[in-house]
Write a protein that binds this ligand. Structure first.
Ligand SMILES: [Zn+2]
Length: 89
């Protein structure tokens, strides 16, 4: 049997490895009593990238429950033409 030398594409080399902190910042919506509303596009704009994409949970530090609600609000706002689907040129 031939041994295959497979290169792991996604493995981070030791040199560039930075410690992954297990402590997660508390969710903004859990700590503050702020409701997620699609009618507040200025507020929702904080959670979309420059290209109009919804930022991931690892970036926003929001809990799963509130990230889901936020995603729905952003998508709702997009359909109502309050937020862009893509970057505006
Ligand atoms: Zn939360």
């Amino acid at each position: 049997m031939k041994k295959s030398k497979k290169k792991e594409k996604n493995s981070r080399s030791k040199r560039f490895k930075k410690p992954i902190s297990r402590v997660r910042k508390a969710c903004f919506f859990c700590t503050n009593d702020v409701s997620i509303d699609y009618k507040k596009p200025e507020f929702l704009r904080k959670y979309i990238s420059d290209s109009g994409k919804i930022l991931p949970r690892r970036t926003t530090n929001i809990c799963a429950k509130h990230q889901r609600a936020l995603t729905r609000a952003i998508k709702h706002a997009r359909v109502m033409a309050l937020l862009p689907f893509t970057r505006i040129y």
